[in-house]
Ligand binder design. Structure first.
Ligand code: SAH
Ligand code: SF4
Length: 364
């Protein structure tokens, strides 16, 4: 008896090696057939197995009966062609994730400015509960599978009709808390038979899971790393990021020095400026020293209002003052004054609204 299409594994979740072994051992298929199937998926972007015309009918039936193609259903798109666009996807279990496409994004992560950047999610919800973030407001639901991570990129490329050439894991979830599936997705994204996007065009953002940062550093490819720092001292980080009670700044920096010893890529510090919470100018000087010790870049981001939270962004003037202190310490610093409020640009907000409307989340 065949499984319901919903429950079938997606073809997007396999590396070339995995699929070759699986189709050989379970279905007696030669390796070159797997390469042909992968070309249909990643080069020709076939929507269904029926399009894979050079595969024998028997193999097409095997694929149709045992796998599905995309694991995601596009339910909503906000934004227009030349602005940031936000995609809401429904998963097979009725949950939602969001992916953001940022056209020609400015050079934030050491990239050229003509990049099309996708901001992808790695989990539904987040267990880390940072106090400024919509993704963690209702806690953690589940990890995304590798095919759900890869599927976001393919679905966005298909809708937008353009190739994504830069990826940031800054959507919903803590990617390093989903290390196994993240690792699998990275193999598929970077594989030359897969999405073929170079590791240097991929940035993983983490709130500071020190042991996992070391594990990421041990990957052979050099993925870029961004740290959601948001406080330059333990006291300030403790106020807004519960993760800091597990891995203090000292332990985090120890892991960052290890990462640096393994990778030539510069680390980026993300620092949201929240009025009266972490925007004292003293934090700016300490942040500058810490960034300097690692040769890191600093991105300052004025806080985006989240429904249900009372915090505000500091005045633009204060943001510039904070930036200048960091900059005057010879640290490359950007200040992103985002215009994204109108499309719920801070990650997690669109999903939160949809799941609240569907009755999956109740916020009281
Ligand atoms: N969990 C990882 C990956 C998600 S990135 C991490 O925390 O790094 C989530 C990023 O979204 C945060 O670092 C922050 O830069 C941004 N963010 C979250 N809430 C925000 C808000 N209210 N305003 C501005 N940026 C926000
Ligand atoms: Fe989770 Fe990152 Fe949001 Fe913190 S900032 S709650 S770690 S998604």
């Amino acid at each position: 008896m065949s499984l319901k299409p919903q429950a079938l594994p997606s073809l997007l979740g396999y590396t070339s090696d995995d699929l070759t072994t699986l189709l050989k051992e379970e279905h007696g298929q030669p390796a070159y057939r797997v390469q042909q199937a992968l070309e249909w998926i990643y080069k020709h972007r076939a929507d269904s197995v029926d399009e894979m015309l050079n595969l024998p009918a028997g193999l097409r039936d095997t694929l149709k009966n045992n796998f599905r193609m995309s694991p995601l259903e596009l339910v909503r798109v906000q934004g227009s062609e030349d602005t940031t666009r936000k995609y809401l996807f429904k998963l097979h279990d009725g949950r939602y994730v969001e992916t953001v496409l940022i056209p020609a994004s400015p050079a934030l992560y050491g990239e050229k400015s003509d990049r099309h950047t996708a901001c992808v999610s790695s989990q539904v919800g987040c267990a880390y509960g940072c106090k400024f973030c919509a993704s963690g407001l209702d806690g953690f639901t589940r990890n995304l599978t590798a095919d759900e991570i890869v599927g976001q990129l393919m679905a966005v490329e298909k809708h937008a009709g353009r190739k994504i050439n830069n990826i940031v894991f800054m959507g919903m979830g803590e990617p390093l808390a989903n290390f196994k599936n993240l690792n699998q997705a990275l193999d598929i994204i970077t594989g030359n038979w897969g999405l073929n996007i170079g590791a240097r065009h991929i940035t993983i953002s983490t709130s500071g899971l020190a042991p996992m940062i070391k594990k990421l550093a041990d990957r052979p490819q050099q993925i870029r790393l961004a740290i959601s720092l948001h406080g330059a001292t333990n006291d300030t980080r403790d106020k807004i990021m519960p993760v800091n009670s597990k891995w203090k700044i000292e332990e985090l920096f120890d892991a960052l020095h290890y990462y640096k010893s393994k990778s030539k890529k510069r680390i980026t510090f993300e620092y949201i400026l929240i009025k009266g919470i972490n925007d004292e100018l003293e934090q700016a000087s300490i942040l500058a020293k810490r960034a300097k010790s690692l040769g890191a870049l600093v991105n300052l981001i004025p806080y985006n209002t989240v429904e249900g939270l009372e915090w505000e962004r500091p005045s633009e003037e204060h943001c510039y003052k904070f930036r200048d202190i960091v900059r005057n310490n010879d640290v490359t610093t950007t200040l992103r004054i985002e215009k994204g409020h109108d499309i719920d640009a801070a990650c997690g907000q669109l999903r939160l609204k949809q799941e609240t409307a569907d009755g999956k989340i109740s916020l009281d």
